[in-house]
Design a protein around this ligand. Structure first.
Ligand SMILES: [Zn+2]
Length: 863
């Protein structure tokens, strides 16, 4: 180093360096010049599109796609006349795993996009379709203010053809990564650690499985592979190896339909799926231009009273569908066709069978498919999604997926004795009712209806039913399942009020139900109609659309010459046969919604008495279970399932009854409609009282859930490997019964329920909060204040007391009004008085001391 510095100072080295730099600069300049020369030559001869696609297979259609025959790499051709035009992008899951919330047939999203050229880039820009600006309004000039479009892809143009006006881009990034749509579901970070999760997108393994291109749509199916090196939660058995999980997504680019389709705007009195659009240039309190989802039906002969449509809604029964089921499916289609016939369309729906030799796949959006799958851990048993043009609401395609499990005798959640089969009503309100429940086009119908039907078959077996009854029940069930899912694909959402259509007599009168329908709409989730009196059994399930369906289809599909005709049709909403309320309105979870008539698992306009009858039926069935479910050479597994189904029915009935307490009827008719109903009318006092008395007898009483003791000795699950390892296999009877009672109490003591009882006293509720709270205390304590308290009642009384304490001291205490809190304190005082001097047998004295200590401690903590 010393020599070097000296040399530098002496100038020798300096000269050497200077020379070297000079030479380098010269050389660099020469190279640069040479390069530029080469570039110049390249400019004269850039690679042509033909050269770049020479080794590729061409898929001609809306967009030309090229796939390299050696490397599989994708390129895409875009024509100049496609620039700045709107297209529709749609994607669906063609195969997935339920663990990652992606399952076969699930529709993801339909969005509008434009392709834009920016210098040497081609960009894909998704459009925001949620707002409308009247083009004649000056405000429309600033229609993009604070609304963000989303540029999802920007690719360099690799070649272009000036004469043909074509641009070629690389398309691997577009399709093989999550560019167009998020595939891997997002998870909260703290959940990520424990629950099943996908690895990261493995670009090496991800591949294209199908490319289809037609004049009006281009489809690319991709198998996305998510990999990780080690796995904490291996997922269900459907996952072969959680380190590598595949999800197949079908992407479709669709030409914007060019037709004279006229959007129809939503009305709150009828339930269609909608695309919500806000009118930004309106000053109305309700500036909604929500588009209903419906097919584009046009009469071939517009002047004929009845005409075939120009293009019928054509369905294909997938070749995966069991042969013996196909005739029932076809009949269900025919029933919907009759509805369309009444508004002037002949053969609006056409159903065909997919031949085994068919070369198309169900994912192909050109085909509306009804298919049958048997998947592990199904989330639903029926699913009927459709996708629409976001600009107009026109349905462009639909599918129906039915789970084979809906016909089987398997039981949901059968591993956990105390909760098996109770989950569909929901033990918990999500986030205590704070989180809104969005149903969208998902349908939990199958899981629900299956449990109902399984109970029905069990009841037939125990209280007497012929082979004929059995077949009738299964056929009607299947009929209903298809009618319901088809209804969704026509644009209809749920109508959970429709089971209120008939009275207790008419539901079992086939003359009435076969001509009018068993329920007002097949879009409901009714209880299976099973008559306690076996001489009076009518239809088990609806087998035809009801008056509401007829009305709703008329609203959606009839061409109205004058706006007034449409208005007149809507005026009929006050007719009780056309009553409507959807998932947002139904009371399936504790504390959710307000109108007890809008519910799942109920039946008739006297739903309390219907549920009481169901309670009586379960008691009769329970007596016979042991005798009827002993099959020589078989385990007791099915008997155990039968007991679980039976108690699930009791849970269902209890849930229906409980909603009448503190309930408020909702009416959505507009001012000027012929009705005496008000928007909100509290449930009559007698009905609320009847509900309370029924709960006292069938849910809270010490003998409410008793079954022959010997039955308990036999509630054994069939052993399978080590499956009951870590979970003792004995039946947890008390816990199960308590789970049912608890879910009822959760609703009755929910802050929403107590608030409503209190507020509605101002507008007609005669069942005042103090009376209700006193009745509840009585129902849970009065019968055995002076008697021995049995084990079921001990559980109930303790849980109830804890819930009162929770209300006063728990996490949500501030959500309860001072009035509710005072009444809760009063109830605790009352209980304390009752148990103050404990009497009875040893365990009763122990139980009462327990209660006293709980209350004493709690009263000290109340602030
Ligand atoms: Zn549904």
């Amino acid at each position: 180093m010393k020599h070097f510095l000296e040399g530098l100072r002496s100038g020798k080295l300096y000269r050497y360096f200077a020379l070297t730099i000079l030479v380098s600069v010269f050389t660099a300049n020469t190279l640069q010049a040479q390069k530029q020369n080469q570039k110049g030559k390249n400019k004269e001869k850039p690679p042509t599109i033909e050269e770049l696609v020479a080794s590729s297979k061409k898929f001609d259609g809306l967009f030309e796609i090229y796939q390299d025959t050696v490397t599989g790499k994708l390129q895409m051709l875009i024509s100049e006349n496609q620039l700045n035009k709107e297209f529709i992008y749609f994607n669906q899951v063609t195969n997935g795993v339920v663990d990652a919330a992606t399952f076969r047939g699930a529709y993801k999203e339909a969005k509008v996009f434009k392709i834009i050229k920016y210098f040497d880039q081609i960009q894909f820009e998704f459009q925001n379709t949620s707002f409308f600006h009247d083009p004649n309004h000056p405000l429309s000039k600033s229609s993009d203010a604070n609304i963000s479009n989303s540029i999802t892809e920007s690719q360099k143009i690799v070649a272009f053809d000036k004469n043909r006006g074509q641009y070629l881009i690389k398309a691997d990034h577009l399709f093989l990564e999550e560019t167009l749509s998020q595939v891997k579901p997002a998870k909260l970070p703290f959940l990520q650690f424990f629950s099943f999760s996908l690895g990261t997108l493995d670009k090496k393994k991800t591949k294209v499985s199908t490319i289809r291109s037609y004049p009006k749509n281009t489809d690319v199916e991709v198998e996305y592979v998510y990999s990780k090196s080690s796995v904490l939660n291996p997922g269900s058995k459907a996952i072969t190896d959680a380190r590598n999980v595949s999800i197949h997504i079908w992407h479709s680019f669709i030409a914007m339909p060019e037709n004279d389709y006229q959007p129809r705007y939503d009305d709150p009195r009828i339930g269609y799926f909608t695309t919500q659009i806000n009118d930004m240039t309106s000053v109305s309190a309700t500036p909604y231009r929500d588009l209903i989802h419906r097919w584009h039906l046009q009469k071939k002969d517009p002047n004929a009273r009845v005409s075939e449509p120009v293009k019928p809604i054509t369905w294909w029964i997938e070749n995966s569908t069991p042969q013996n089921i196909r005739p029932t499916i076809k009949k269900a289609f025919e029933k919907w066709n009759q509805v369309f016939a009444s508004i002037g369309y002949k053969n609006a729906l056409v159903v065909k069978e997919q031949p085994d030799s068919a070369s198309w796949e169900a994912g192909d959006i050109e085909y509306n498919v009804i298919r049958w799958v048997s998947s592990p851990n199904p989330r639903f048993s029926g699913y009927g999604p459709s996708f629409v043009n976001p600009r107009t609401g026109q349905i462009l395609g639909a599918d129906i997926t039915l789970e084979y499990a809906s016909l089987s005798q398997q039981l949901n959640g059968e591993k956990v004795f105390e909760k098996a089969g109770l989950e569909w009503i929901g033990q918990e309100t999500p986030m205590q009712g704070e989180e809104s429940y969005t149903h969208a086009d998902h349908c939990a119908f199958g899981a629900f209806a299956r449990a109902q039907n399984q109970f029905g078959l069990m009841a037939l077996k125990t209280v007497g039913g012929s082979e004929l009854d059995n077949n009738k029940m299964i056929e009607e069930y299947l009929y209903f399942l298809v009618l319901h899912e088809l209804g969704h694909t026509l644009g209809l959402n749920h109508n959970m009020m429709a089971s209120q259509f008939h009275n207790l007599t008419d539901i079992n009168n086939p003359k009435v139900t076969e001509t009018l329908g068993l329920v007002g709409s097949v879009m409901d989730y009714p209880a299976i109609n099973f008559s306690l009196d076996r001489t009076k059994q009518g239809q088990y399930w609806p087998t035809r659309p009801g008056p509401y369906d007829q009305w709703a289809i008329t609203f959606g599909y009839q061409d109205f010459e004058h706006d007034q005709d449409l208005e007149n049709l809507l005026l009929r909403s006050t007719d009780s046969a056309l009553a409507f309320g959807n998932d947002a309105d139904d009371m399936r979870w504790p504390g959710k919604a307000i109108d007890p008539r809008v519910n799942v698992g109920d039946m008739s306009n006297d739903a309390i008495n219907y549920a009481v009858e169901r309670m009586k039926l379960t008691r009769e069935v329970a007596e016979e279970l042991l005798a009827k479910y002993q099959v020589e050479g078989k385990s007791f597994h099915e008997l155990r399932n039968a007991y679980l189904l039976l108690t699930a029915q009791q849970h269902n009935a209890a849930h229906v009854i409980s909603r009448y307490i503190g309930g408020v009827y909702v009416d959505r008719s507009f001012v000027g409609q012929e009705t005496e109903k008000m928007p909100f009318t509290p449930v009559e006092k007698e009905k609320q009282k009847l509900a309370m008395e029924s709960l006292a007898t069938y849910v809270f009483a010490d003998d409410a859930f008793l079954v022959p003791n010997e039955l308990y000795n036999h509630l054994q699950k069939q052993r399978r490997g080590y499956d009951h390892f870590g979970y003792p296999e004995d039946p947890k009877i008390h816990q199960r019964i308590l789970a049912i009672q608890e879910s009822v109490l959760k609703h009755l003591l929910h802050y929403h329920t107590l608030q409503r009882i209190s507020d509605s006293e101002l507008y007609g509720n005669d069942y005042a909060l103090p009376t209700f709270m006193e009745d509840l205390n009585q129902a849970i304590f009065s019968d055995d204040i002076k008697k021995d308290v049995n084990s079921f009642r001990q559980n109930l009384q303790l849980t109830y007391t804890r819930q009162l304490i929770e209300l006063l001291t728990g996490k949500y205490k501030d959500k309860f009004s001072p009035r509710s809190r005072s009444m809760a304190i009063s109830n605790l005082w009352q209980i304390k008085n009752w148990v103050h001097v404990p009497q009875g047998n040893l365990e009763t004295i122990a139980h009462k001391r327990h209660l006293k200590i709980l209350i004493d401690n709690a009263l000290d903590q109340i602030d």
